[in-house]
Design a protein around this ligand. Structure first.
Ligand SMILES: CCCC(=O)SCCNC(=O)CCNC(=O)[C@H](O)C(C)(C)COP(=O)(O)OP(=O)(O)OC[C@H]1O[C@@H](n2cnc3c(N)ncnc32)[C@H](O)[C@@H]1OP(=O)(O)O
Ligand SMILES: Nc1ncnc2c1ncn2[C@@H]1O[C@H](COP(=O)(O)OP(=O)(O)OP(=O)(O)O)[C@@H](O)[C@H]1O
Ligand SMILES: O=C(O)CCC(=O)C(=O)O
Ligand SMILES: [Fe+2]
Ligand SMILES: [Mg+2]
Length: 305
């Protein structure tokens, strides 16, 4: 690769490939994200939206799916409508939504970051609600690696696709370019007066002077980003539900780690508490197991995951 000539140590975050231009490759190396415009077709996105609406109306039931409501309405009466759902997670058993994770257009890019063995580890469709006035629709600045007990970190990548126009008004992603070159920070709940959603941990003290980039995107635009990139999303100040679909991929040759004694212990504890409550199981199910059960191979070989 010509771009690595004389600077082999600079190419740590991407692999040799014939898809990324040298400029795109260096952009990801330096910034920790890469935005590809118009990657996913409008037709596919309309199908994902239709499936999401069927789930909200409770016309279909998906095994393992986690339906989350915004903390501002978590204790109010449930109505089967998208207005009650701020996000669905773990849609690996929904063939229509999971099609997103296997789209060849997406996997071609994913392979540039993590190689040919590709596991879909974490799936989400985020339906950021109009803010009810307490700013609970924000997602605090965080690093996704906080949630993941697997490594190596550079063989993990997120694909996040806008399902409609996302901008500062409805709470687009906000990233700190280059922050992926740092280490995993300590995360905890931010001290927000109006409340914070369950498990929405944030980086405690990130440099407020660090440049921020608001990723304004159109329907189908897709951003790939590194799991150490500090990112969040702002308040939804519109009346619409801002939708995005995402998948976190890891190489099939990644391995699980024990997070005991690390900054990730707090999230492990919360995940375990929820599992015990939901499934009436005890300590026999480990944090690592919860990931191994949800992970699905989408390309190549499942070696150690
Ligand atoms: C790269 C990865 C990045 C991330 O994953 S970031 C965020 C990850 N967040 C999550 O994984 C949370 C996923 N959500 C969930 O597991 C569930 O929605 C959650 C929060 C456990 C609620 O489960 P449900 O089955 O709906 O249970 P429930 O309605 O009986 O509520 C149980 C207790 O939880 C509370 N709750 C529900 N939604 C909440 C929310 N959004 N924020 C804060 N608290 C919330 C609810 O009020 C109830 O509390 P209580 O027990 O009555 O005191
Ligand atoms: N008071 C705060 N403390 C910590 N993080 C915050 C705070 N306010 C916003 N954030 C976080 O900063 C990111 C961007 O939020 P927000 O959209 O409000 O930013 P902004 O730069 O003020 O943009 P805009 O001016 O368009 O609202 C989000 O991740 C949000 O959760
Ligand atoms: O769609 C968003 O608002 C960001 C979600 C996010 O970063 C996450 O769930 O990890
Ligand atoms: Fe995130
Ligand atoms: Mg703001």
């Amino acid at each position: 690769e010509t771009v690595s000539y004389g600077h082999p140590q600079r190419l740590r975050y991407t692999l040799d490939n014939d898809l990324l231009t040298p400029e795109q490759r260096l952009f990801y190396e330096e910034n920790g994200f890469l935005l590809i415009r118009n990657l996913v077709s409008k037709q596919d996105i309309d199908r994902f939206r239709g499936e999401f609406e069927r789930i909200c109306r409770q016309e279909i039931k998906v095994p393992g799916l986690v339906v989350m409501r915004d903390v501002a309405i978590a204790k109010s009466e449930f109505v089967p409508d998208q207005r009650a759902v701020s996000k669905v997670q773990d849609f690996q058993e929904d063939p229509e939504l999971f099609r997103y994770c296997s789209l060849p257009k997406i996997l071609k890019y994913v392979e540039c970051f993590i190689g040919p063995n590709i596991m879909a580890m974490h799936t989400m469709l985020i339906n950021k609600p109009p803010d009810a006035g307490k700013k609970t629709s924000r997602h605090p600045m965080h690093q996704d690696l906080h949630y993941f007990p697997f490594r190596p970190v550079d063989r993990i990548v997120c694909a996040w696709t806008a399902m409609e126009t996302v901008n500062r008004q409805n709470g687009c992603l906000v990233v700190l370019p280059g922050s992926h070159k740092g280490t995993l920070q300590e995360h905890d709940y931010p001290e927000w007066e109006g409340g914070v959603n369950k498990m929405y941990h944030g980086v405690r003290d990130y440099d407020p002077e660090h440049p921020r980039v608001h990723l304004e995107m159109e329907k189908g635009d897709t951003v790939f980003f590194h799991p150490l990139l500090i990112h969040g999303s702002g308040m939804n100040q519109t009346q619409g539900f801002r939708k995005a679909i995402s998948c976190h991929y890891a190489s099939g040759d990644c391995y699980y780690i024990d997070v005991k004694g690390t900054t990730q212990e707090n999230i492990e504890k919360e995940v375990k508490e929820i599992i015990v409550r939901r499934h009436a199981v005890g300590d026999e199910l480990t944090f690592k197991d919860t990931w191994a059960i949800r992970g699905r191979l989408v390309q190549g070989e499942r070696i150690s995951m």
